[in-house]
Design a protein around this ligand. Structure first.
Ligand code: G3H
Ligand code: 13P
Ligand code: ZN
Length: 325
């Protein structure tokens, strides 16, 4: 069985990025790993009238199974229509590690893919991205690549320190590869342990500005943009979990970036924290409960409410399409 994203009612990221850049907001790219999470994301975005990128890593795809991924994305499209909303939905491969994985997703209902050659030498990164673009564009599927390396852990890629994107390489990379968007490294990082409490995290908005000058109007992507809310770190600890005190990227720094060519911002860790906090709280409050709906349900609602807040505080994408009834 193979699927084409257009038959599933999904969209690629072209029109959504153009509209976002024109109107000074960014499209939320929220990672999902199960049904409750996709429901939380889609309900939050439909109720806010925000476009959405359903983002799935290779690990998440293997966990759910690619057929479930495609069919849950179709269910999301049908749900949104049924609720009277017209938000566009993309299904995107996050951190595609190779041409083969990107092809698998292209052939199975994804509308957009990332090829992550950021740890490769510049010329090899170009070659890898070019190969994916050539295949993806045959099917009108959009491609994201990355220049520069984020601190933290990117699937198998571990970078101790940031290698900020070199703006001098951006124009050549975009021209030679034909990619549709580019992730850059300006001080964000993956995971829950980005900064220590007391730090004052700042993004290198000067590098972002330099990149914009080289490719005016071209959609830029920010990875590693979770805020690591203190509320969830606290809840996880209060209800029996262990997690190091940490802080993430302040909403205010990201909000500044959405006013530029930043068209997509990735958030995964915050959803995980909200869900974990929600499950722990529900289980703590009713330790005898073994009906899984009774703890997954509240955890889903916790995530949904977080996504809605993030849409308003960071993305600014609310009300750009019809809200669900
Ligand atoms: O940036 C990476 C994403 O957070 C995906 O993480 O590979 O554990 O699903 P994962
Ligand atoms: P966070 O770990 O900050 O949520 O970043 C997610 C991400 O960049 C997915 O590609
Ligand atoms: Zn990422």
């Amino acid at each position: 069985m193979s699927y084409n994203y257009k038959d599933l009612g999904l969209e690629n990221t072209k029109a959504m990025f153009a509209k976002a850049n024109k109107n000074g907001y960014a499209v939320p790219a929220f990672n999902f790993n199960n049904m409750e999470q996709i429901q939380a994301i889609v309900e939050a975005c439909a109720e806010m009238g925000s476009p959405v990128i359903l983002q799935c890593s290779k690990g998440a795809m293997e966990y759910m199974g690619i057929t479930y991924v495609a069919m849950m994305a179709k269910a999301a499209v049908d749900y949104v229509k049924m609720m009277g909303s017209d938000i566009p939905i993309a299904l995107h491969l996050d951190h595609g590690p190779s041409f083969e994985v990107a092809k698998l997703c292209i052939d199975n209902g994804f509308s957009s893919v990332m090829i992550d050659g950021s740890s490769l030498p510049f010329e090899e990164n170009i070659e890898e991205a070019k190969k994916v673009v050539e295949y993806a564009h045959k099917f009108d599927i959009t491609v994201e690549a990355e220049l520069g390396v984020l601190a933290g852990i990117e699937d198998d890629v571990k970078a101790e320190d940031h290698i900020y994107t070199n703006p001098d390489q951006v124009e050549e990379f975009v021209a030679k590869t034909g990619v549709d968007s580019l992730a850059i490294a300006i001080g964000t990082s993956h995971g829950a342990h980005k900064f220590k409490p007391g730090d004052d995290p700042k993004l290198r908005l000067d590098i972002l500005k330099e990149c914009e000058v080289r490719v005016p109007g071209f959609p830029i992507v920010l990875h590693g943009s979770s805020a690591v809310p203190a509320k969830y770190v606290q809840m996880i600890k209060e209800f029996g979990g262990t997690i190091k005190d940490a802080i993430g990227i302040p909403d205010s720094e990201l909000r500044k970036a959405t006013k530029s060519s930043v068209a997509k911002i990735n958030v995964d860790t915050d959803g995980r924290l909200a869900f974990t906090a929600g499950v722990r709280k529900a289980m703590h409050e009713n330790p005898g409960q073994f009906d899984l709906r009774k703890y997954l349900g509240p955890a889903k609602e916790e995530m949904k409410s977080y996504y809605k807040t993030k849409i308003v505080n960071v993305f600014g994408s609310e009300g750009s399409y019809t809200k669900s009834k």
